[in-house]
Design a binder for this molecule. Structure first.
Ligand code: UDX
Length: 435
């Protein structure tokens, strides 16, 4: 087992650090965000991620996992250094790599012996070579290091599970010594024969974008099929089920909805297009998926306006769910943002309840009224819209809902309610491809 430094304790760095310590490695998670590190040192978890608190506490107790504000010392004390800092969207679809290059500099300045440097952050194709250059430029000694691209495929809401039981591990490297060290780092996965794909650095970087962009294309595809279903009265769930039985298609990521959000698909699809443009290529399929996704978010607004006869002025609209998906408190690029923005601009009063992300969305919209229960949020509402597929909304008590609202009108953007139940309770409703 190895001594590992993880630089960056966001949901990728913290989950990866906890997972790697669970594999038996000694892991130091370091971050320049002193407040975040203090929280972690006090046994608190700064993000909502199912199962994360337990795995962190177990490994801190076992003495395998610790936290540090001192990035430089953490680098000096470890054999393997993971770069896991954020790479937010920059200008015209490119990625802001400033945090990554700051870490590369710190690594160069603290290279006190042979180390394997491993990038887990999602970085544009070709960044690995630039990180290697930065490290060399800042390292005064001739100390050797090897570089690895090891992209992550963690979904928010199931990140711990996705780390501990991945479908595959991608290792992009240029020499066997570094690959062997990584196999030691991931020993439990290696022993239980999780597929480990060894390839070049650039290929590993491309695999990450190719995978995410394909999933985004798949989602936009089924959303457009759902829109056809709206017009011809077909049931998209039957179409999706029948498609998914075909092994070449698979049923996963074939659920229509209000459009994809989150910190990855929107950013990674744009970054892939930006990279392709620099190579003189125009990615029509991925561009189409991005365009279709924005249209889908706008279509949800149109559906609600249609339900309200295009007049929401001074009407009370209650949103159930704000997060970009269930099991997370993350509202980045959430379809609820487009909905709230349009409703406020059209003079509506907007109420909302989300079990985890009220506070995060309230930071974006001061005029949003957030509540601690769905019952309070829907009180006297002229229309309700389900924006996130939290389990508590799947079993919504429609009789109770009807008593609480002013008018029984509902838009189910996640297709989690039964049409028959809505009709038997006298609701006027719409959804996505299930007329
Ligand atoms: C994604 C990738 O799945 C993961 O591999 C990568 O590392 C990070 O980005 P994440 O964005 O956390 O993970 O969530 P994911 O479950 O992939 O959902 C992304 C978006 O697609 C969400 O807005 C979700 O609601 C939407 N989605 C997903 C659909 O609309 N339909 C689906 O069938 C699946």
């Amino acid at each position: 087992m190895k001594k590992i430094a993880i630089i960056g304790t966001g949901y990728v760095g913290l989950v990866s650090g906890a997972g790697l310590s669970d594999f038996g490695n000694t892991v130091i998670c370091a971050d320049i965000d002193i407040e975040k590190i203090n929280l972690l040192k006090n046994g608190e978890i700064p993000i909502y991620e199912p199962g994360l608190k337990e795995i962190v506490q177990r490994n801190v107790k076992a003495g395998r996992l610790s936290f540090s504000r001192d990035v430089s010392k953490s680098i000096r004390d470890c054999d393997v250094v993971f770069i896991a800092v954020g790479t937010p969207e920059g200008e015209n679809g490119t990625s802001d790599l400033s945090a990554v290059f700051d870490v590369a500099r710190a690594i160069g300045e603290n290279l006190n012996g042979y180390k394997v440097i491993c990038t887990k952050s999602t970085v544009p194709i070709g960044t690995g070579v630039r990180i290697i250059e930065k490290i060399k430029n800042y390292s005064k000694s001739e100390k050797k290091f090897d570089y690895i691209s090891n992209p992550e495929f963690l979904r928010e809401g199931s990140a711990v599970k996705d780390f501990l039981w991945p479908d595959r591990v991608i290792i992009g490297a240029s020499n066997q010594k570094a690959i062997d060290m990584m196999k030691d780092v991931y020993r439990p996965l290696y022993i239980n024969e999780t597929p480990i794909i060894q390839t070049t650095i650039q290929t590993a970087e491309l695999i990450k974008y190719a995978s995410n962009a394909f999933l985004a294309v798949k989602i936009s595809y089924i959303n457009e099929i759902a829109n056809i279903c709206d017009e011809i009265g077909a049931d998209v769930h039957v179409v999706s089920k029948a498609m998914g039985i075909d092994g070449r298609i698979s049923p996963k990521f074939l659920h229509p909805g209000p459009g994809f959000g989150g910190s990855c698909f929107p950013k990674d699809t744009k970054a892939l297009i930006s990279t392709a443009e620099m190579l003189g290529l125009n990615l029509k399929v991925v561009s189409g998926a991005i365009e279709a996704n924005q249209s889908q978010k706008s279509r949800m607004v149109k559906k609600l306006m249609d339900l309200m006869n295009n007049d929401v002025s001074e009407k009370k609209i209650a949103l159930l769910g704000l997060a970009f998906k269930a099991q997370t408190d993350d509202v980045r690029e959430s379809p609820a943002i487009d909905m709230i923005d349009a409703l406020l601009k059209n003079g509506a009063v907007v109420n909302a309840y989300d079990p985890e992300s009220n506070a995060n969305m309230k930071k974006k919209f001061n005029d949003l009224n957030v509540f601690d229960s769905w019952e309070e949020a829907v009180k006297d509402a002229d229309c309700v819209a389900i924006m996130t597929e939290w389990n508590e909304f799947r079993g919504l008590d429609l009789a109770k809902l009807k008593e609480l609202v002013k008018s029984p009108v509902i838009l189910d953007t996640r297709n989690i309610l039964s049409n028959a139940d809505l009709e038997s309770h006298g609701f006027k409703y719409d959804n996505v491809g299930r007329k």
